[in-house]
Design a protein around this ligand. Sequence first.
Ligand code: GRF
Length: 204
Amino acid sequence: MALNKLNLAILISGRGSNMEALIESCRDPSFPAQVSVVLSNRPESKGIEIAQNHGLLTEIVDHKTFPGPSSFEAALQKALARHPVDLICLAGFMRLLSPEFVQAWPDKIINIHPSLLPDYKGLNTHERVLADGRNESGCTVHFVRPAMDAGPVIIQKKIQIKQNDTPETLAGRILEQEHVAYPEAVRFIGENRVRITNEQVTIL
Ligand code: GRF
């Protein structure tokens, strides 16, 4: 492994298309990051198969096999400790991490969310955006803080909402932007261009 690259742990729960966008970016020799491990809390995640097809190391920490969140997170930490990890990228990882876990990785966990945060945190974002008659939406890459979908924003990409958009068409157009935004945010971090001051990000 190249010495000066940012080592990524990508945490997923399902499809893994954002994970794959990161994997593809890491194949570019000039990209300042490399994937150390892909970890899923669901053994049946499609993304795990995709990661293995790319020849990457994977770990499964199935939350259902633990009595509660703290033993699950202890196992997650153990799995992460088996690999060099500088940055944890949550990519459709559907477990809320405890404050203790988040604080154990200060400014080293990032997430992607399919809305223009702080608007539309949580699930079913596209349905809610359409129900509110909004004319734009998008995606956000942000540092993770203990509260759900909160934390300093690194990058947002906007899209215009069309009159005949459905949650599915909107999700599709936003997902395309997610696949651009996530590698871009990781690149900024890998190039050491990201500063957080008073919970606001500046890109140098
Ligand atoms: C993405 O829309 C992401 O923003 C959200 O969950 C979805 C994951 O999709 N957090 P994928 O697994 O990356 O394809």
